[in-house]
Design a protein around this ligand. Structure first.
Ligand code: ARG
Length: 244
């Protein structure tokens, strides 16, 4: 009786101790159709952002589990608590800042116009009766709505997609005339698909890692890790790995 009590106490102590030292695990949301920031390779979610959060996690002593969901579900996921953070090449915007919080910026980008490589279209493909593809909920989507659709500069269809993989497929098949998306990603797609970047739209965007509104503790961890990654040469290595 006494012996078993001791065994139980020891087991309890071990259990308490191990949970005490077990690293905090955070769920990271992304949309893995955005190479080289996040994409699926051999069934795994990989890319610049994934390496970046894993590096930050290692430096700050927490663990991450990455989930691939549609881009427009990422912000609701933070709000509902099903996601702890978002690493998705997400642009820091005033509208988003109202509902979520962003880390310090880690990458700058503009929008761009992508067409079929055999098309002789240029920037003017965005004017008139053409069909343009975007990913739902992105800054490219908003840009086309606000600048082209509202003023009826674009009179064709704005086609919304959950995944850029399907935007590129429809562009390659000739189902749409153009796509508007972040330039680094458009350039990456143009390396392995029959599509070309024909114009850049200077939007001056900056990407940040997002957390739920008011989650200051996690945000401080992310910013501290990000700072280290920038200062210890890792950021430069990641840029070389994915962009050169
Ligand atoms: N930077 C753009 C935005 O924030 C596009 C991001 C798309 N990211 C993705 N992982 N699909 O709206």
């Amino acid at each position: 009786m006494k012996k078993s009590l001791i065994v139980i106490l020891v087991l309890l102590a071990v259990a308490t101790f191990s949970t005490g030292v077990m690293a905090q695990r955070y769920v990271v949301g992304t949309n893995a159709s955005f190479p080289p920031f996040e994409y699926v390779e051999d069934g795994e979610i990989v890319g610049f952002d994934i390496d970046l959060v894993k590096e930050i996690a290692k430096l700050q002593g927490f663990e991450v589990e990455v989930r691939d969901i549609s881009f427009d579900s990422l912000i609701p996921g933070l709000a509902s608590g099903s996601l702890d953070m978002v690493a998705a090449g997400m642009t820091i915007t005033a509208d988003r800042e109202k509902v979520i919080d962003f880390s310090d910026p880690y990458y700058s980008a503009n929008q761009s116009v992508l067409v079929h490589e055999e098309s002789d279209a240029n920037l003017t493909v965005l004017f008139g009766n053409h069909d343009v593809g975007v990913q739902t909920g992105t800054t490219g989507d908003t840009w086309v709505r606000d600048n082209l659709l509202e003023d009826e500069i674009l009179t064709g269809e704005l086609r919304n997609y959950d995944s850029y993989v399907f935007v590129i497929r429809d562009l390659a098949n000739g189902n749409i005339d153009a796509a508007v998306l972040d330039k680094p990603v458009a350039e990456t797609y143009s390396q392995n698909n029959p599509v070309n970047v024909v114009a850049e739209i200077i939007t001056g965007e900056e990407y940040g890692i997002a957390v739920g509104e008011g989650n200051e503790e996690l945000l401080a961890e992310i910013n501290a890790g990000l700072e280290k990654v920038k200062n210890n040469g890792t950021m430069e290595k990641l840029i070389q790995k994915y962009f050169e």
